[in-house]
Write a protein of this length. Structure first.
Length: 85
């Protein structure tokens, strides 16, 4: 029974391996850095736009749900995430 309880969290790990980025995550200050970091977090970037002094990365997760991820251009930190649905 103990082995089963210890194995359960390990079995669920892949499901959480590609959680979306979170506010406060460092994704980088260049398009290449941000694209790679967001893809690693499970959000494939389609395009970047400048919006309100921030960089807006439009991306989609594995289920094709779309998000807008706002990045501070000086620090490379995610400041806001908005679902497009």
């Amino acid at each position: 029974m103990t082995k089963l309880l210890l194995a359960a969290p390990l079995a669920l790990m892949p499901a959480f391996a590609h959680a979306l980025p979170a506010v406060g995550d460092m994704v980088g200050t260049t398009p290449a850095e941000a694209t790679a970091a967001l893809a690693n977090a499970g959000c494939a970037v389609d395009e970047f736009e400048a919006e309100g002094g921030q960089i807006e990365a439009k991306c989609r997760d594995d289920a094709a749900k779309r998000y807008e991820v706002y990045i501070d251009p000086k620090s490379g930190i995610v400041t806001k995430i908005k679902s497009e649905d």
